[in-house]
Design a protein. Sequence first.
Length: 159
Amino acid sequence: MKRLTGVVCAAACLALAVSAGAQSADPAMDKLARGYEQAWVKGDANGIAALYTEDALLVNADGVHHGRAAVAKSIATNFAGPWKGSTLVVHLGQSQALGPDMTLNEGTYEVNGVTGPDGKPLAIKGHYLNTLVKKGGAWVIAGHMAFAPPPPGMMPMAK
């Protein structure tokens, strides 16, 4: 289950902006999100990795992955296993500009079409935080952290 959670967390890495149907004030962020989701549906790990900077940092339950090649390898492994045939939906949360060409973006994601260790279908929902940088007018992912909440009853609920 730890591997599956890590796999799911990497997914959000993935994900980074808004779903294809959502509206954002920034068309470049919409383009990044649509490209990410389209590559996901195709199982295209290299296509997803191309949306990251060469020296990107991905942190999830699987560990720390440094660099575009490591991101591609992690995603390819997961597409060959638990993410095979799955879909991803990313929901944009808030963005905070860190400068004219850098922003933090948080939100949520859903991975559907995943089968759990017991063979039953799972819908996985989690949160992500991405550091995005603008290069040549397009947003790319420089840093990504994703996590899925623990099972119910494992953490106190906020009041």
